[in-house]
Design a protein around this ligand. Structure first.
Ligand code: HEM
Length: 400
């Protein structure tokens, strides 16, 4: 069929009908490592090219530099150096070494406890929805506790987060944020600003309190800066790890041999989660624009161009990964791009890894004879943050 009749290959990938399995289309997309869409934007598909561009300082993550219609910026995710580096550095002080080395590892018992509570609650059920019952509530509770956001406010975030994340779907043909999204961002911003003021007055042992009262050598982030950081962390914690756990369980249900290995081999969850981040990554692509002419994959991308970097497509590049379409739970040298790379490489990766490992290991261990009920399951519309909307599973019981 001609492109005119059915749209370009990329447009077919973005179409909701392709969501359950974009990988055969990615294989075709990868026939050209770098190419231009009819709207003038560029698409980068090969592993070597995506990895190189993620580390290239001539690319900008700031939507203000993009020729595409404006989209809401999310704190340091959408900033360039030197501003990016300062805000990320100040935020990182309270999330890991050297200033706060134990922060994530100290959460392990808490994570285990939360996963245990959620799985205990499945006792007596013969059908569960992995998304609603575990994959969603687990990381949401964890990130709320990390930041010090009251759990009872979660239903409000769910609505705001959904509205905002849908808008982050970047369609070069129409990217203006809708009025609903603007309203959701304003409401979430006002909520966070109030919470931060409360944390400045009455600090607790949580990350927002520490950030709000930082007395480090560079001082604290300003209130607007910290509001942006809090929104970014809350959304990133809501909308990505959910897909890691849901895509992970789906993969295990489709591959009973791997599920059996995970039950039998303690420690397998560590490389298995890395392979999931390669094979079924929660984030399928990201966006940049060029600040100068950039050569990639034999193409010169002119300054001022919008670029879509296809992380999930690069993760299946046979030029980088042997048996790229096979799920190998203990794959060695797994330099996947599931968390991106370069200066914007995922800030929350240590926490996301731990969450995925704990949730998948505990579900594999405790759910008796799980059987997938919908093949394929229904997917969320979002092509960027890709994952099942619902994952119905029949179980024969829950063990301790
Ligand atoms: C499995 C779950 C996750 C995946 C797959 C994931 C993936 C990613 C990717 C691909 C990027 C790079 C985006 C780009 O280059 O444009 C990124 C950035 C980021 N992630 Fe994650 N993420 C996950 C979980 C989390 C969590 C739990 C948090 C917070 C606690 C988080 C916070 C961030 C932040 C703040 C950035 C921006 C970093 C920067 O611009 O310097 N992520 N993530």
């Amino acid at each position: 069929m001609s492109e005119a009749r059915e749209g370009t290959l990329l447009q077919r990938i973005l179409d909701a009908d392709s969501r359950h399995d974009p990988y055969p289309l990615y294989d075709r997309l990868r026939e050209r490592a770098v190419f231009q869409e009819p709207d003038g934007s560029y698409v980068v598909t090969g592993y070597a090219e995506v990895a190189a561009l993620l580390g290239d300082p001539r690319l900008s993550a700031d939507p203000a530099n993009s020729p595409a219609p404006p989209s809401p910026p999310f704190s340091f995710l959408n900033m360039d150096p030197p501003g990016h580096d300062r805000v990320r550095r100040l935020t990182m002080r309270h999330f890991g070494p050297p200033n706060d080395p134990g922060r994530v590892e100290a959460m392990r018992p808490h994570l285990f406890g939360q996963a245990t509570l959620l799985i205990d609650a499945l006792r007596g059920r013969d059908e569960i929805d992995v998304v609603a019952d575990v994959a969603y509530p687990f990381p949401v509770t964890v990130v709320a506790d990390l930041l010090g956001v009251p759990r009872e406010d979660e239903p409000k975030f769910h609505v705001w987060a959904e509205a905002i994340v849908q808008a982050a779907d970047w369609d070069p043909r129409d990217r203006s944020p809708s009025a609903g999204v603007q309203a959701a961002i304003m409401e979430l911003g006002a909520y966070m600003m109030g919470l931060i003021q409360a944390k400045r007055r009455d600090p607790r042992d949580d990350m927002l309190s520490r950030l709000a009262n930082d007395d480090g050598p560079e001082g604290a982030l300003s209130s607007p800066e910290l509001t942006g950081v809090a929104i970014l962390l809350l959304l990133a914690g809501h909308e990505t790890t959910v897909n890691l756990i849901a895509n992970g369980m789906l993969t295990l249900l489709r591959k009973p041999d791997v599920l059996a290995r995970l039950k039998a081999e303690p420690g397998l969850e560590t490389p298995l989660v890395e392979e999931l981040l390669r094979y079924e990554p929660p984030v399928h692509f990201t966006f940049r624009s060029t600040l100068a002419d950039v050569d990639a994959g034999g193409v010169t991308i002119p300054a001022g161009s919008a670029i879509r970097l296809m992380l999930a497509c690069a993760n299946r590049d046979p030029a980088r990964f042997q048996h790229a379409d096979r799920f190998i739970p203990d794959r060695a040298n797994n330099a996947h791009l599931g968390f991106g790379s370069g200066i914007h490489a995922c800030f929350g990766a240590p926490l996301a890894r731990l969450e995925g490992q704990v949730a998948l290991r505990e579900m594999a261990r405790r759910l008796v004879d799980p059987v997938l009920l919908d093949e394929p399951p229904p997917y969320r519309i979002n092509p960027t943050l890709r994952g099942p909307r619902r994952l119905r599973v029949r179980i024969a019981g829950v063990i301790d």
